[in-house]
Write a protein that binds this ligand. Structure first.
Ligand SMILES: Nc1ncnc2c1ncn2[C@@H]1O[C@H](COP(=O)(O)OP(=O)(O)O)[C@@H](O)[C@H]1O
Ligand SMILES: [Mg+2]
Length: 228
């Protein structure tokens, strides 16, 4: 699914965000990317989405060569990826239903199929009754559940989340993790950057730890490993 070989990312100001990183992630895995603030987690995620290019090294995502990719191919890469951010990034002028349907319109789905798919992902995140609400009428946890529904509506092979529980209280964070667990059980690969020690220690999934742009640990069924 994801093959990263000898990848480095040096920003224009000279910041070394990733330093010769090698990572392979297979279909169906659930992987936490952990590390302190500034370690390189978001840069790793930006490379997967081709929001940034590596300075050196090779990277394939879903069988596509992200480094050599033409600009026109980028939307096809992104259609295979569901992305979730700490700050939800919903469209404030659109309802819950429209926010999710909008993600489908981009791929020109027929209207009836669109309605069925939106209802089905709203059921998965437990928000069917809120479909007419605007984001401002929802709690943070509910907004993040809408963002997850939007991320999975096109049935992506990989869900990529950058600190998705970063703005949520512990109980709400667990609602989010329960949804990720269910999505992963259905076969979707999950890559989640986080510095939530309790979540990582409790979930016992694969843990890749980054420090100053370097992979310092890669363990199956790991824990967070250290205090922040
Ligand atoms: N757009 C950018 N331009 C310059 N430096 C950046 C940029 N984005 C991130 N960095 C630097 O790269 C390093 C890794 O940042 P980041 O990937 O955001 O880490 P994390 O998500 O783990 O907090 C930090 O030193 C940060 O300051
Ligand atoms: Mg970050």
């Amino acid at each position: 699914m994801i093959h990263m070989k000898d990848v480095s990312k040096i920003y224009e100001n000279g910041a070394v965000a990733l330093d010769h990183v090698n990572i392979d992630i297979d279909k169906g895995e659930f992987v936490f990317i952990v590390g302190a603030s500034g370690a390189g987690k978001s840069t790793f995620i930006k490379l997967l989405l081709r929001e940034a290019l590596p300075t050196e090294g090779s990277l394939t995502v879903n069988g596509r060569n992200v480094v050599a990719m033409e600009r026109q191919e980028v939307p096809y890469l992104r259609r295979g990826l569901g992305v979730i951010f700490q700050d939800y990034r919903l469209l404030p002028e659109k309802t819950v239903f429209e926010n999710i349907a909008f993600a489908m319109q981009v791929i020109e789905a027929p209207r009836r199929m669109m309605q069925r798919s939106v209802n089905s992902v709203l059921d998965i995140v437990g928000l069917r009754e809120k479909y007419k609400c605007f984001p401002s009428q929802l709690s943070g946890g509910e907004q993040q559940r809408v963002a997850i529904a939007r991320a999975i509506v096109n049935r992506p092979a990989i869900v990529i989340a950058d600190e998705p529980t970063g703005n949520l209280d512990p109980e709400t964070s667990w609602d989010i993790m329960d949804i990720f667990t269910r999505i992963n059980s259905a076969g979707t690969t999950i890559v989640m950057a986080t510095h939530d020690k309790t979540i990582v220690d409790t979930m016992q999934k694969r843990v890749i730890a980054i420090e100053d742009g370097r992979i310092v640990r890669d363990e199956q069924r790991g824990g967070y490993g250290y205090e922040d």
